[in-house]
Design a protein around this ligand. Structure first.
Ligand SMILES: [Fe+2]
Length: 291
């Protein structure tokens, strides 16, 4: 989630730094505005209402890089979450501990103008604009905390790979079905100009109804748009699923089974849309390892 190098620190407190808001330059605030306005236009009616409500509730707007302190006053009052600044990728254990205690780690650096469209490591625009608005939603806020708690179990019980897939297909690239149609909620789509356009305007990708085991068994490639998106109906469903699942037993069970690629549709899938596959037709031979 948060980017810029990997920290070696092992405790939560070692990972947290000051945001240093006064150090952002006029150019950095201007880049925030460009990113914000462009995404606002692209996402329009395609993003879920909970996300838009979250932006308003937290006062996240185009004016410039948000000040964590001010945003946190509102966020704490709504769901008890807060954003903490970190200087790089937080290692697994403190990362999950932060989520389990309702602290969301966010990078403080912002991409340059040359990197508006593609960024290897998540920056403050991804972390704040992408992830934080939904933390104002009580059900989503509970889900993220529970995800952190299970993450700590996953470290002890060889399950981190499975939780990474859950993170990928919900928190980063999730879609939600609303009466008005399919809407975006995943931070990786919300904060990406290219993938937001792909999701809203390109028929290539499959859309499958979310199924926990299916998602935990489906690998992903980190360097391209998704071939399959999983669609939930309610944030409450995600939280309840985590609550009622014995993940330690599930990790044991899943380790013995092969992973699916993101290109497959299985006979038991609840298919919402079969993609044309056009976008990723030439994909498999050239790409990196399946996660
Ligand atoms: Fe992220």
């Amino acid at each position: 989630m948060a980017g810029h190098g990997v920290l070696t620190a092992q405790t939560v407190e070692d990972c947290i730094v000051e945001q240093g808001w006064e150090r952002y330059t006029a150019e950095e605030h201007a880049i925030w505005r460009v990113l914000f306005e462009r995404q606002q236009k692209t996402l329009k009616s395609h993003v879920c209402q909970e996300f838009l409500d979250g932006l308003v509730a937290l006062g996240i707007g185009p004016e410039g890089v948000p000040k964590f302190e001010r945003m946190n006053e509102r966020l704490r009052a709504l769901t008890g979450w807060e954003v903490v600044a970190v200087p790089g990728l937080v290692p697994g254990r403190p990362f999950f501990q932060m989520l389990a205690s309702r602290r969301f780690p966010a990078g403080t650096f912002i991409r340059s103008r040359a990197q508006l469209d593609y960024l290897e490591e998540p920056d403050i625009f991804h972390d704040i604009f992408g992830h934080v608005p939904l933390l104002t939603n009580p059900a989503y806020a509970d889900y993220m905390q529970e995800y952190g708690r299970i993450g700590l179990d996953a470290i002890e019980h060889k399950g981190v790979k499975f939780l990474s897939r859950l993170n990928w297909y919900t928190i980063e690239f999730g879609l939600i079905r609303k009466p008005q149609g399919i809407r975006i909620y995943g931070a990786g789509i919300v904060s990406s100009f290219g993938e937001a356009q792909y999701v809203t305007g390109d028929p290539s990708a499959n859309q499958l109804a979310f199924d926990l085991d299916r998602v935990l068994r489906t690998g992903y490639y980190i360097d391209d748009f998704q071939a399959t998106y999983f669609v939930i109906d309610r944030f409450e469903d995600l939280f309840e699923l985590l609550k009622e699942t014995d993940f330690i037993a599930k990790f044991d069970e899943l380790r013995a089974l092969p992973a699916h690629t993101p290109f497959e549709i299985l006979p038991e899938d609840d298919v919402i849309r079969v993609g044309t596959g056009q976008f990723w037709r030439d994909f498999p031979a050239t790409k990196a390892k399946l996660k």
